[in-house]
Design a protein around this ligand. Structure first.
Ligand code: ADP
Length: 168
């Protein structure tokens, strides 16, 4: 099941929230900062031991003080105009996050709008990739998980609603 909601991702009770991290995995601004603040210092400690993460890859940690049991950290591409493999790298963020969720038998996951903040990825194009990638992963893997697209603005909610209505 896929849905879009307008919320602060740090408040969600799901098996895993996805963090739009940077390659150091040592925290930053935006949703990354919010997740680290809400999770507490244990999260940073665990992230230190991971040694970073490349763009498009994903890593799983505990959720610490969050309601979520886990955080899946993924590093979205910085938008450079679309000719630096950004769409494929963004697709990999969603795909690899879901691979981790499947490996750990998670039943629910919430994604923020990866790369669309400071990294500058155009919101509509990013939402299209997010929804299409999740649908194709679930279909390909016959995997059942509740997927929430947790947006942080009314315009993003409208974009996701449209994209979800377009399915299949
Ligand atoms: P990136 O560096 O990948 O662009 P940002 O954190 O700057 O990541 O932005 C990604 C998206 O996360 C943006 O749409 C931003 O509005 C949203 N966001 C920021 N804080 C939160 C939050 N607490 N919960 C959910 N989404 C958030």
């Amino acid at each position: 099941m896929l849905k879009a909601i307008l919320a602060d991702i740090t408040t969600l009770e799901v098996d895993a929230v996805v963090n739009a991290a940077n390659s150091t995995l040592l925290g930053g601004g935006g949703v990354d900062g919010a997740i680290h603040r809400a999770a507490g210092p244990g999260l940073l400690e665990e992230c230190r031991g991971l040694g970073g993460c490349r763009t498009g890859e994903a890593r799983l940690t505990g959720g610490y003080a969050l309601c979520a049991n886990h955080v899946i950290h993924t590093v979205g591409p910085v938008w450079h105009g679309g000719r630096k493999n950004e769409p494929e790298l963004l697709r990999l963020c969603y795909w690899n996050s879901l691979e981790l969720a499947r490996e750990h038998n998670l039943k629910s996951i919430a994604f923020p709008c990866i790369s669309t903040g400071v990294y500058g990825y155009p919101a509509e194009a990013a939402a299209h990739i997010a929804v299409r990638t999740v649908l194709s992963f679930l279909d390909r893997n016959k995997f059942d998980i509740e997927v929430t697209f947790c947006v942080f603005s009314r315009p993003d909610l409208d974009i996701y609603k449209l994209e979800l209505e377009r399915k299949p």
